[in-house]
Ligand binder design. Structure first.
Ligand code: NAP
Length: 391
């Protein structure tokens, strides 16, 4: 197993899962972005064949920290692509934040590997292209997200044409009951009630953009129409998602919230192995609540649906603009409600387009990031008409 993003929340849990599973699973590569010190600690513990940093500037620090440890050190996108396609690699777990993992994922798919994908931004931005590669290869793409993993499990043995819709569940985040979101702080936003995750995805969970990104991801991944993907707020986070069939049957997947479960399922699929996840005692939980999301307070969910309907460049632009806006919020340059505003304004600057290729998407990603930054700098009080950007 090659673990991309081993120093992050997904990566650390993957290492825990692989360690518990034991043989035949083995860590063959550990990859992080810049955190050379933490990566070196992991390398010394797991003794992989390869270690890599996405940021080449940090490689000397890594080599220094590794001392005489015998491991092949690589860097940058090229190094990551080599690891993804290496003979030793059977499974790629992709948990690098952002879309830096796109080319390594494509390399792994082209080499016929199993890709366990946590980084939803890759499918949101480049979904049709990635799914096309999966169809053209003998590779497998498996989701590492509790919601998509739940849908995969609900669909086991079912026919695509019999699906009426899927229902993604959302915990509702820390602001489920907060009426006025204009003054919420970074600290409040980072206090997620159920999940312990990286900072970016925690902010996305609070704005419900995370559910919006999953909505797009689900449609691409399972080949569904935009109107076939719904969202319900379910604060207990026990039901991870549901599928409704044309006869009216609903199948749900339930378990205690623990990311090690979808990670392990993606590794052992289609089999199941004993896991450390606590048993679900429904008699103690007693109540499972469901409610429609409030799109007025959480406009990011509506923006994601619009991007999915419009297709073309729009999901990629939504994803990039949101990424820049979340960073600006974490840096205290904009408020929480401005995340949706920056994203909406950036989306309006891009035209609707039908089919798009990889080059156009990569260009749109860069342009959307720059356009979102411009919107932030311009300030959000004046609302001048924005010019259209044509990538
Ligand atoms: N956490 C969850 O429960 C969860 C659930 C479902 C999906 N996901 C998805 O999984 C991905 C990772 O989430 P996470 O919670 O594990 O994040 P995280 O804890 O912030 O970890 C991010 C990982 O990516 C690296 N990284 C940071 N900035 C990067 C950049 N600009 N380019 C490339 N790599 C970068 C980090 O390396 P350094 O340590 O070297 O900076 C770290 O290894 C996200 O796409 C998220 O949406 C997470």
């Amino acid at each position: 197993v090659a673990v991309f993003g081993s120093t992050g929340a997904i990566g650390r849990r993957t290492l825990d899962v692989v360690e518990r599973l034991g043989a035949p699973f083995r860590i063959v590569a550990l990859i992080a972005n810049r955190n050379a010190q933490k990566l070196a600690e992991q390398v010394l513990r797991f003794r992989p064949d390869f270690a890599a940093l996405a940021d080449p500037e940090r490689v000397t620090t890594l080599e220094h920290a590794l001392g005489r440890c015998r491991v092949r050190v690589l860097s940058g996108v090229e190094g990551m692509e080599r690891i993804a396609g290496a003979a030793q690699t059977d499974i790629v777990v992709m948990g690098l934040a952002g879309t830096q993992g796109l080319l390594p994922v494509l390399a792994a798919l082209d080499a016929g590997k199993r890709v366990a994908l946590a980084t939803k931004e890759i499918i949101v931005g480049f979904g049709p292209l990635v799914m096309e590669r999966v169809r053209r290869s003998r590779a497998e793409l498996l989701p590492v997200d509790s919601e998509l993993s739940a849908i995969l499990q609900c669909l086991d043995g079912e026919r695509a044409e019999e699906i009426r819709r899927v229902i993604l569940t959302a915990s509702g985040g820390p602001f489920r009951r907060v009426r006025d979101l204009s003054r919420v702080t970074v600290e409040q936003t980072l206090r997620h009630p159920t999940w312990r995750m990286g900072r970016k995805i925690t902010v996305d969970s609070a704005s419900l953009m995370n559910k919006g990104l999953e909505m797009i991801e689900t449609a691409y991944y399972f080949g569904l129409k935009p109107e076939q993907v719904d969202v319900l707020v379910h604060p207990q986070s026990i039901v991870h998602s549901l599928v409704e069939f044309r006869d009216g049957t609903l199948i749900a997947q339930m378990a205690m919230p623990d990311m090690r479960l979808p990670i392990q399922y993606a590794l052992t699929y289609p089999g199941r192995r004993v896991s450390p996840v606590r048993p679900t005692r429904l008699e103690r939980i007693r109540t499972l609540e469901f409610a429609a999301p409030d799109l007025k307070r959480f406009p990011c969910l509506g923006l994601a649906r619009t991007a999915l309907r419009q297709g073309g460049l729009k999901p990629c632009v939504l994803n990039s603009a949101n990424d820049i806006a979340v960073r600006a919020f974490l840096d205290r340059r904009i408020g929480f409600v401005d995340i949706a505003e920056v994203t909406a304004r950036t989306m309006r600057r891009f035209p609707d387009r039908g089919r798009v290729d990889l080059e156009q998407l990569l260009a749109a990603e860069l342009m959307a990031r720059a356009a979102a930054e411009t919107e932030i700098r311009r300030g959000l009080h004046s609302r001048p008409a924005s010019a259209t950007i044509l990538p």
